[in-house]
Design a protein around this ligand. Sequence first.
Ligand code: TR5
Length: 137
Amino acid sequence: MSNNNNDTNDEVARATAAAAKDPATETIFDKLLSGAWPSDVVYEDDWAFCFRDVNPQAPVHILCIPKVRDGLTQLVHAREDQKDLLGHLLYVAKEVARKECPEGYRIVINDGKDGAQSVYHLHLHILGGRQLQWPPG
Ligand code: TR5
């Protein structure tokens, strides 16, 4: 687990580089979804896929993504007809968090460059398993 200043700077650098790329290109999450790359899957159903983050920022760090990206590179691009999907993802994240983090948790969406988003496939971060601080950096 890591959360020092160097990691924070690295994450911002990755986010800045990712934001400069064409958001239509496939992301690493497509490889995890297809099984081409291994992932530690926590939950999946027809719409949602939840797996442990490879670089955890807390004892519990799980990502929850839509199985089909369909333009959802980032939250800001969500369409009205995707409201049910967004609600489903939030509900699934809550259910996963309730089981994994009985003392509480945080659900985060990083959006765009200033949000330090580095992978352009919508994802909810579920963080817990320790006392989280506020405000975030
Ligand atoms: O910075 P944002 O909000 O876009 O979050 C992207 C998250 O994807 C980060 O927390 C990364 O640690 C995580 N990530 C990146 C890779 C990866 C992953 N989680 C699981 N497995 C991964 N693989 C195999 N490869 C990655 N590059």
